[in-house]
Design a protein around this ligand. Structure first.
Ligand SMILES: *[C@@H]1O[C@H](CO)[C@@H](O)[C@H](O)[C@H]1NC(C)=O
Ligand SMILES: *[C@@H]1O[C@H](CO)[C@@H](O)[C@H](O)[C@H]1NC(C)=O
Ligand SMILES: *[C@@H]1O[C@H](CO)[C@@H](O)[C@H](O)[C@H]1NC(C)=O
Length: 365
């Protein structure tokens, strides 16, 4: 009966083509339906703090056939070891929601999902260090300045660790910085050295409450990068400048100057020395996708944002893209990838993997 009440209004909405309103709700449901299926195919990673069999088989088994795909996995609340699941499916990025309580960093979508063992260190830092140590055994043949990443099929590929600061940025930053030292000390972190970016096995990006000024405080060494506001980076197509009147009516873009929280910034603050991604909520900036198709105005916004971010050397990430119905989700993913977006934010890892983003995963599809 409860189910009926849940679905009936959805059907009515669907009939009117207002599918987007339900996307979030249904997207969440979808995760749980799929949860069981995933487990069949996943190695036993063990529990947080207690590595299972699966981890000891890295790298030879678990990543051998994995072709990296540009996606961010973000559903840490039901995965045992979300990082390893993501890598298993070839996702090149993982996202962790991090909360500071009592001088410890916990991971979860909301405070209700936090438990003692689900710490940032247990779920992300330590598994990454273990995995990378595995991939880079210390022998006389190894090269300590050129270390392997987590993907056997593409050892030079850096995995993206996106840290969403949920608690005060100013308080949380020092703890994140300190906990990353386990990776930093082993030269596993991508860093800015004052002149150039040196790519390493793990690239860390801070989003949410991440304080921009603390990221840029050190001029000669930065290994946490900022997630720039993509909607502020819009640039019109070169040909558009000949028809400014038309452009103004086509779409109204936020001004280049603005602020994040109490900080103010200009577009020029965002470049590879400070930032890695430029991101925005798809729903917020592009809006509803009526009848499964993006309008010319929506396409203009997407193209302008991607143009602006790429002109500054940043990678484009849209989050909060439609997750349902699957056809619409895939359509939007295809359009974004075709237009040059650099990463997909996914909750449905297997969905992303088997959607065949030029990827062949594990041979059972
Ligand atoms: C937390 O981890 C410790 C040791 O790693 C383990 O003994 C304990 O059972 C775990 N607790 C939970 C609730 O998983
Ligand atoms: C180690 O790797 C770096 C970068 O690829 C290279 O320049 C250097 O020659 C390598 N050293 C050895 C001993 O192979
Ligand atoms: C910047 O970071 C480097 C490396 O951690 C450190 O040695 C240096 O003292 C820092 N500089 C400042 C001004 O904090």
């Amino acid at each position: 009966m409860k189910k009926l009440f849940f679905y009936l209004p959805l059907l009515v909405l669907a009939a009117f083509g207002v599918l987007h309103i339900t996307q979030v709700l249904i997207g969440r449901q979808h995760l749980f339906w799929d949860g069981g299926d995933y487990d069949e195919y996943l190695p036993d990673w063990g529990k947080p703090g207690q590595p299972g069999e699966g981890l000891s088989q890295y790298p030879t088994d678990a990543t051998r056939d994995v072709i990296p795909i540009p996606c961010h996995s973000h559903n840490d609340y039901w995965r045992h070891v979300p990082l390893l699941d993501a890598i298993h499916w070839g996702c090149t990025g993982v996202e962790a929601d991090v909360w500071l309580f009592d001088e410890e960093l916990y991971v979860g979508h909301n405070t209700a999902a936090l438990t003692k063992n689900r710490t940032f260190r247990n779920l992300y830092v330590n598994p990454l260090v273990d995995l990378l140590d595995h991939m880079n055994p210390e022998t006389e043949f190894t090269n300590s300045t050129h270390k392997h990443g987590v993907f056997d099929a593409d050892p030079d590929r850096s995995i993206l660790l996106l840290i969403d600061f949920k608690t005060s940025g100013r308080d949380t930053f020092p703890f994140v910085y300190k906990q990353l030292s386990a990776l930093r000390e082993k030269n596993y972190l991508t860093y800015w050295d004052g002149e150039k970016v040196n790519s390493r096995a793990v690239t860390v990006v801070g989003t949410g409450n991440t304080p921009f000024d603390m990221i840029v405080a050190n001029e000669t060494h930065r290994d946490i990068f900022f997630d720039a506001p993509l909607d502020r980076l819009y640039e019109p197509a070169p040909s558009d400048t000949t028809a400014p009147a038309k452009r103004q009516t086509a779409s109204k873009q936020p001004s280049a100057q603005g602020s994040i929280g109490t900080e103010s910034f200009t577009k020029d603050d965002f470049n590879p020395s400070t930032s890695y991604y430029a991101s925005v909520s798809f729903t917020h900036t592009i809006g509803f996708v009526w009848r499964g198709h993006l309008s010319p105005k929506q396409m203009d916004t997407i193209r302008g944002q991607i143009r602006g971010a790429h002109a500054r050397g940043l990678k484009v990430r849209y989050w909060d893209t439609p997750s349902w119905p699957i056809g619409l989700r895939n359509h939007v993913w295809h359009v974004l990838m075709k237009e040059g977006a650099d990463i997909l934010n996914v909750d449905d890892l297997r969905g992303a993997a088997v959607e065949n983003w030029k990827a062949r995963v594990h041979g059972f599809w």
